[in-house]
Design a protein around this ligand. Structure first.
Ligand SMILES: N[C@@H](CCC(=O)N[C@@H](CS)C(=O)NCC(=O)O)C(=O)O
Length: 216
């Protein structure tokens, strides 16, 4: 019995990008049914919830008697139980790429996305943006090179691809990934998977009651 905890509602800009999507996608890939537990921001601040997620964030996954927070840890947990998400022979490669997505790529892309989305009109952000964008583009370029001759980050599709594409989606409003032919094709290959489409449609149905529109 799997239960995924997420927010009952989110601001409009976040719909389609809330981190439970990373877990939903993995669960769909593995064909695992799950139920949702919906919480408010106020509930997330309560001491009881902080025992499950010390920072008051979502997602949290209950899998039988196991309670997990942090998307990366949740995906690793699911991957270790379901070879469709993490082929055992590729464990090291997949784990390296999971950490790479979260540690070596996400911080740079998130910095840029924050500047563009929340501070676009502020002078300090304008001054900072070229340096932040340069760092983000360096990461995109390195990924593009790695993907030469590869369909997936490790040998087969895995939770590493789920994390990396979720991270790339932080830049959806900026059209930067499109500059990199292999990276763009990779992102499209991943977001065209039925499991991603179902997961996205389900999240959007919860937050906007709108059908999914995929941005690549
Ligand atoms: N590193 C955490 C980040 C989780 C996270 O940032 N969740 C957001 C929703 S997408 C959240 O709960 N935001 C509310 C908050 O930080 O108080 C993970 O990957 O699980």
């Amino acid at each position: 019995m799997i239960t995924l905890t997420t927010f009952r509602s989110v601001p409009p800009f976040a719909a389609g990008y809330v981190r439970d999507l990373r877990v939903r996608w993995a669960l769909e890939e593995a064909g695992l049914p799950y139920t949702l537990r919906l919480i408010d921001f106020e509930e997330a601040a309560l001491p009881g919830y902080r025992k499950e997620q010390p920072f008051g964030q979502i997602p949290v996954l209950h899998d039988g008697d196991r309670v997990l927070f942090e998307t990366g840890a949740i995906l690793l947990h699911l991957g270790e139980r379901h070879p469709a998400l993490l082929p055992p022979a590729e464990r090291e490669q997949v784990t390296m790429w999971m950490f790479a997505a979260l540690n070596s790529v996400e911080p740079y892309l998130a910095d840029l996305a924050m500047l563009a989305m929340f501070h676009a009109d502020e002078a300090w952000a304008g001054a900072r943006r070229p340096a932040v964008e340069e760092l983000a583009l360096k990461r995109l370029d390195s990924l593009d090179v790695w993907l030469d001759g590869r369909d997936w980050l490790a040998g087969s599709f895995s939770v590493a691809d789920i994390l990396m594409v979720s991270v790339l989606r932080l830049l959806d409003s900026m059209n930067l990934v499109k500059r990199y032919v292999r990276l763009h094709a990779y992102k499209t290959r991943c977001t065209e998977r039925p499991a991603f489409r179902k997961a996205l449609a389900d999240q959007l149905a919860l937050y906007t009651h709108q059908p999914a529109a995929i941005s690549n």
